[in-house]
Design a protein around this ligand. Sequence first.
Ligand code: GLN
Length: 241
Amino acid sequence: MNARKPIVIAHLYPREMNIYGDLGNIIALTKRLQWRGYPVEVRPVEIGQPFDWDAVDIVFGGGGQDAGQYHISDDLVGRGTELRALAADGAPMLTICGTYQLFGRGFTTVDGREIPGIDIFRASTIGSSVRMIGNIVIDTTFGRLVGFENHSGQTILEPGQAPLGRVRKGAGNNPTSGQEGAITQAAIGTYLHGPILPKNPALADHLILTALKRRNGMAELPPLNDRLELAAAKVAIGRPR
Ligand code: GLN
């Protein structure tokens, strides 16, 4: 019997914010924790429902259509104080595309709707008529990451806001800056769908180790056999844009 307390993953708006396989990130985190003997509890954050943020170890939010972002925005803004406090406390967070945009200052859609964000990242996003679609490869402190992007929003980081990485192939935050995503303490925003974590196990383990460090001071993770994951990444990196 496993007496460990479950690692709690808060999954932001799974119904509205879940495209291009983003649910695979929850599966990758869950499996990699379970393979190391940690039970996991995934708790959905739903519009209008109360949520206990004190128990949370990892926060995840996926991508979404403009309409989905608009739908969740009031509720997300209402949870801003708690999410900012959790980010400032060093909780690991992974936000993809539509949620990444709303963890910044906000997103002005191509048809002029302003969707406010929660200011965890100093980054603003404006929709454009040209979508950025295709395979994307970036270099980060977690190594080379590969994924798939599909967004109209162009994100500009403010001075002092660190990007997650540099673009090697694809657009990333916008077609000209060469920057991809944002990172503030352990909160990460990125345009990489795919999903990102199954093919980029170093990033998954960074989130997991950060959660375990914060929970119980754990210094390192027992390694897993990532042969298949790394082979998948190699194939994906070799694909044309
Ligand atoms: N709707 C946003 C955009 O088009 C986010 C898209 C996404 O999450 N893939 O920029």
